[in-house]
Ligand binder design. Structure first.
Ligand code: URA
Ligand code: SF4
Length: 224
Protein backbone atom coordinates (compact mmCIF):
# COMPACT_ATOMS: atom_id res chain seq x y z
CA UNK A 1 0.00 0.00 0.00
CA UNK A 2 2.98 2.28 -0.07
CA UNK A 3 2.77 3.22 -3.73
CA UNK A 4 -0.67 4.82 -3.81
CA UNK A 5 0.18 8.39 -4.71
CA UNK A 6 -3.20 8.90 -6.36
CA UNK A 7 -3.98 10.09 -9.87
CA UNK A 8 -3.54 13.81 -9.20
CA UNK A 9 0.13 14.06 -10.37
CA UNK A 10 -0.83 12.39 -13.66
CA UNK A 11 -3.57 14.86 -14.63
CA UNK A 12 -2.73 16.81 -17.81
CA UNK A 13 -2.75 20.57 -18.23
CA UNK A 14 -5.55 20.39 -20.77
CA UNK A 15 -9.08 19.60 -19.62
CA UNK A 16 -10.59 18.11 -22.80
CA UNK A 17 -11.61 14.46 -22.75
CA UNK A 18 -8.93 13.69 -25.32
CA UNK A 19 -6.21 15.24 -23.15
CA UNK A 20 -7.53 13.38 -20.12
CA UNK A 21 -7.75 10.05 -21.91
CA UNK A 22 -4.20 10.35 -23.26
CA UNK A 23 -2.82 11.21 -19.83
CA UNK A 24 -4.80 8.50 -18.05
CA UNK A 25 -3.16 5.90 -20.29
CA UNK A 26 0.07 6.52 -18.32
CA UNK A 27 -1.44 6.77 -14.84
CA UNK A 28 0.41 4.99 -12.05
CA UNK A 29 -1.59 6.56 -9.25
CA UNK A 30 -2.17 3.24 -7.49
CA UNK A 31 -0.94 -0.33 -7.76
CA UNK A 32 -3.67 -1.44 -10.19
CA UNK A 33 -1.81 -0.33 -13.32
CA UNK A 34 0.76 -3.10 -12.74
CA UNK A 35 -1.31 -6.15 -13.58
CA UNK A 36 -4.05 -4.78 -15.80
CA UNK A 37 -3.66 -4.65 -19.59
CA UNK A 38 -4.48 -0.96 -20.00
CA UNK A 39 -6.34 2.03 -18.60
CA UNK A 40 -10.01 1.84 -19.50
CA UNK A 41 -11.04 5.48 -19.65
CA UNK A 42 -14.61 6.70 -20.07
CA UNK A 43 -16.23 6.65 -23.48
CA UNK A 44 -18.71 9.01 -25.09
CA UNK A 45 -19.05 12.58 -26.39
CA UNK A 46 -18.16 15.68 -24.41
CA UNK A 47 -21.72 16.86 -25.14
CA UNK A 48 -23.27 13.90 -23.27
CA UNK A 49 -26.27 14.83 -21.10
CA UNK A 50 -26.06 11.64 -19.10
CA UNK A 51 -23.02 10.06 -17.43
CA UNK A 52 -23.24 6.49 -16.13
CA UNK A 53 -20.61 5.27 -13.67
CA UNK A 54 -19.82 1.63 -13.02
CA UNK A 55 -17.30 0.11 -10.65
CA UNK A 56 -14.24 -0.84 -12.68
CA UNK A 57 -13.54 -2.46 -16.05
CA UNK A 58 -14.12 -6.20 -16.20
CA UNK A 59 -12.15 -8.86 -18.02
CA UNK A 60 -13.40 -7.96 -21.50
CA UNK A 61 -13.19 -4.21 -20.93
CA UNK A 62 -9.57 -4.68 -19.85
CA UNK A 63 -8.75 -6.43 -23.12
CA UNK A 64 -10.74 -4.11 -25.40
CA UNK A 65 -9.95 -0.83 -23.61
CA UNK A 66 -13.53 0.44 -23.46
CA UNK A 67 -16.06 0.43 -20.61
CA UNK A 68 -19.14 -1.82 -20.60
CA UNK A 69 -18.40 -3.94 -23.65
CA UNK A 70 -19.02 -7.26 -21.84
CA UNK A 71 -22.19 -8.97 -20.52
CA UNK A 72 -23.01 -6.21 -18.00
CA UNK A 73 -22.70 -3.66 -20.79
CA UNK A 74 -25.09 -5.57 -23.03
CA UNK A 75 -27.68 -5.68 -20.29
CA UNK A 76 -27.15 -1.99 -19.62
CA UNK A 77 -27.66 -1.12 -23.32
CA UNK A 78 -30.87 -3.09 -23.43
CA UNK A 79 -32.21 -1.49 -20.24
CA UNK A 80 -31.30 2.03 -21.41
CA UNK A 81 -33.15 1.45 -24.68
CA UNK A 82 -36.17 0.08 -22.86
CA UNK A 83 -36.21 3.10 -20.56
CA UNK A 84 -36.27 5.43 -23.58
CA UNK A 85 -32.71 6.64 -23.11
CA UNK A 86 -31.13 5.32 -26.29
CA UNK A 87 -31.37 8.71 -28.03
CA UNK A 88 -29.85 10.64 -25.14
CA UNK A 89 -26.12 11.21 -25.72
CA UNK A 90 -24.30 9.38 -22.92
CA UNK A 91 -20.85 8.94 -21.50
CA UNK A 92 -19.94 5.66 -19.81
CA UNK A 93 -17.18 5.41 -17.28
CA UNK A 94 -16.04 3.67 -14.10
CA UNK A 95 -15.10 4.76 -10.60
CA UNK A 96 -11.76 2.95 -11.05
CA UNK A 97 -10.02 2.83 -14.44
CA UNK A 98 -7.95 -0.36 -14.13
CA UNK A 99 -9.20 -3.94 -13.81
CA UNK A 100 -8.55 -5.51 -10.41
CA UNK A 101 -8.49 -9.30 -10.38
CA UNK A 102 -6.99 -12.42 -8.88
CA UNK A 103 -5.97 -15.47 -10.87
CA UNK A 104 -7.97 -18.63 -10.20
CA UNK A 105 -5.93 -21.21 -8.29
CA UNK A 106 -6.12 -23.63 -11.15
CA UNK A 107 -6.02 -22.31 -14.68
CA UNK A 108 -5.63 -18.77 -15.86
CA UNK A 109 -9.10 -17.37 -15.39
CA UNK A 110 -9.05 -13.83 -14.05
CA UNK A 111 -11.52 -13.31 -11.24
CA UNK A 112 -12.95 -9.85 -10.61
CA UNK A 113 -12.00 -8.37 -7.25
CA UNK A 114 -13.71 -5.21 -5.99
CA UNK A 115 -11.41 -2.18 -5.71
CA UNK A 116 -10.51 -1.16 -2.15
CA UNK A 117 -11.06 2.27 -0.64
CA UNK A 118 -7.50 3.43 -1.28
CA UNK A 119 -7.75 2.53 -4.96
CA UNK A 120 -11.13 4.25 -5.22
CA UNK A 121 -9.73 7.38 -3.64
CA UNK A 122 -6.64 7.27 -5.86
CA UNK A 123 -8.70 7.14 -9.04
CA UNK A 124 -11.25 9.80 -8.13
CA UNK A 125 -9.38 12.73 -9.76
CA UNK A 126 -10.07 11.14 -13.17
CA UNK A 127 -13.78 10.93 -12.52
CA UNK A 128 -13.91 14.52 -11.32
CA UNK A 129 -12.02 15.66 -14.39
CA UNK A 130 -14.37 13.72 -16.68
CA UNK A 131 -17.40 15.33 -15.03
CA UNK A 132 -15.82 18.73 -15.30
CA UNK A 133 -15.30 18.18 -19.05
CA UNK A 134 -18.76 16.75 -19.73
CA UNK A 135 -20.94 18.64 -17.22
CA UNK A 136 -23.86 16.24 -17.55
CA UNK A 137 -27.37 17.05 -16.45
CA UNK A 138 -27.52 13.69 -14.73
CA UNK A 139 -25.02 11.32 -13.22
CA UNK A 140 -26.23 7.77 -12.67
CA UNK A 141 -24.21 5.64 -10.24
CA UNK A 142 -24.49 1.96 -11.08
CA UNK A 143 -24.06 0.02 -7.84
CA UNK A 144 -22.64 0.72 -4.41
CA UNK A 145 -19.00 1.27 -5.43
CA UNK A 146 -19.92 4.10 -7.81
CA UNK A 147 -22.38 5.50 -5.27
CA UNK A 148 -19.71 5.52 -2.56
CA UNK A 149 -17.18 7.15 -4.87
CA UNK A 150 -19.59 9.95 -5.73
CA UNK A 151 -21.64 10.37 -2.55
CA UNK A 152 -19.29 9.13 0.17
CA UNK A 153 -18.82 5.87 2.07
CA UNK A 154 -21.82 6.46 4.34
CA UNK A 155 -24.29 6.55 1.46
CA UNK A 156 -26.84 3.73 1.60
CA UNK A 157 -27.86 2.66 -1.87
CA UNK A 158 -30.72 0.46 -0.67
CA UNK A 159 -32.32 3.44 1.09
CA UNK A 160 -31.90 6.00 -1.66
CA UNK A 161 -32.02 4.05 -4.88
CA UNK A 162 -33.89 5.90 -7.63
CA UNK A 163 -33.91 9.25 -5.81
CA UNK A 164 -32.77 12.42 -7.53
CA UNK A 165 -30.12 14.12 -5.43
CA UNK A 166 -28.17 17.32 -5.84
CA UNK A 167 -24.63 16.60 -7.02
CA UNK A 168 -22.15 17.06 -4.16
CA UNK A 169 -19.65 19.89 -4.32
CA UNK A 170 -16.86 17.44 -5.21
CA UNK A 171 -18.77 16.38 -8.34
CA UNK A 172 -19.85 19.87 -9.26
CA UNK A 173 -19.57 19.17 -12.97
CA UNK A 174 -22.89 17.32 -12.75
CA UNK A 175 -26.28 18.82 -11.92
CA UNK A 176 -28.05 15.88 -10.30
CA UNK A 177 -27.17 12.36 -9.17
CA UNK A 178 -29.25 9.21 -9.13
CA UNK A 179 -28.20 5.79 -7.88
CA UNK A 180 -29.37 2.38 -8.94
CA UNK A 181 -28.04 -1.16 -8.94
CA UNK A 182 -25.15 -2.42 -11.02
CA UNK A 183 -26.17 -4.33 -14.17
CA UNK A 184 -23.97 -7.26 -13.03
CA UNK A 185 -26.17 -7.63 -9.95
CA UNK A 186 -29.17 -8.01 -12.26
CA UNK A 187 -27.33 -10.81 -14.08
CA UNK A 188 -26.65 -12.54 -10.74
CA UNK A 189 -30.11 -12.01 -9.18
CA UNK A 190 -32.16 -15.08 -8.29
CA UNK A 191 -35.22 -13.40 -9.81
CA UNK A 192 -33.59 -11.88 -12.82
CA UNK A 193 -36.78 -10.62 -14.48
CA UNK A 194 -37.84 -8.73 -11.38
CA UNK A 195 -34.36 -7.27 -10.87
CA UNK A 196 -34.28 -6.19 -14.52
CA UNK A 197 -37.71 -4.55 -14.34
CA UNK A 198 -36.68 -2.63 -11.22
CA UNK A 199 -33.50 -1.51 -12.94
CA UNK A 200 -35.48 -0.27 -15.96
CA UNK A 201 -37.91 1.50 -13.63
CA UNK A 202 -35.03 3.48 -12.12
CA UNK A 203 -33.69 4.34 -15.55
CA UNK A 204 -37.16 5.57 -16.57
CA UNK A 205 -36.97 8.06 -13.70
CA UNK A 206 -33.69 9.23 -15.19
CA UNK A 207 -35.38 9.54 -18.60
CA UNK A 208 -38.25 11.56 -17.09
CA UNK A 209 -35.83 13.92 -15.43
CA UNK A 210 -33.84 14.40 -18.64
CA UNK A 211 -36.95 15.15 -20.70
CA UNK A 212 -37.95 17.69 -18.07
CA UNK A 213 -34.58 19.46 -18.15
CA UNK A 214 -34.70 19.46 -21.96
CA UNK A 215 -38.15 21.04 -21.89
CA UNK A 216 -36.96 23.70 -19.46
CA UNK A 217 -33.98 24.37 -21.66
CA UNK A 218 -36.14 24.67 -24.78
CA UNK A 219 -38.64 26.92 -23.00
CA UNK A 220 -35.75 29.12 -21.93
CA UNK A 221 -34.21 29.20 -25.40
CA UNK A 222 -37.60 29.98 -27.00
CA UNK A 223 -38.67 32.61 -24.49
CA UNK A 224 -40.29 35.65 -26.11
N1 URA B 1 -18.66 -3.53 -14.87
C1 URA B 1 -18.36 -2.25 -14.60
O1 URA B 1 -18.59 -1.75 -13.52
N2 URA B 1 -17.79 -1.53 -15.56
C2 URA B 1 -17.52 -2.00 -16.76
O2 URA B 1 -17.01 -1.25 -17.57
C3 URA B 1 -17.86 -3.35 -17.02
C4 URA B 1 -18.42 -4.09 -16.06
FE1 SF4 C 1 -4.42 5.43 -11.99
FE2 SF4 C 1 -6.92 4.79 -11.45
FE3 SF4 C 1 -5.39 3.09 -12.75
FE4 SF4 C 1 -4.99 3.51 -10.17
S1 SF4 C 1 -6.81 2.60 -11.11
S2 SF4 C 1 -3.41 3.46 -11.76
S3 SF4 C 1 -5.45 5.72 -10.02
S4 SF4 C 1 -6.04 5.09 -13.50
Amino acid sequence: MTDQVGAEPFLPNGTSLTALRDAAADCQGCDLFRNATQTVFGDGPESARLVLIGEQPGDQEDRVGKPFVGPAGHLLDRALAEAGLDEVPRYLTNAVKHFRFTIAERGKRRIHQAPNRGQLRSCLPWLRAELHAVRPELLVCLGATAAHAVLGQDFRLTEHRGELLAAPETMAGAWQVMTTVHPSSVLRASDRDKAYQEFVRDLRLAADYLSQTLKERNDYDNRP
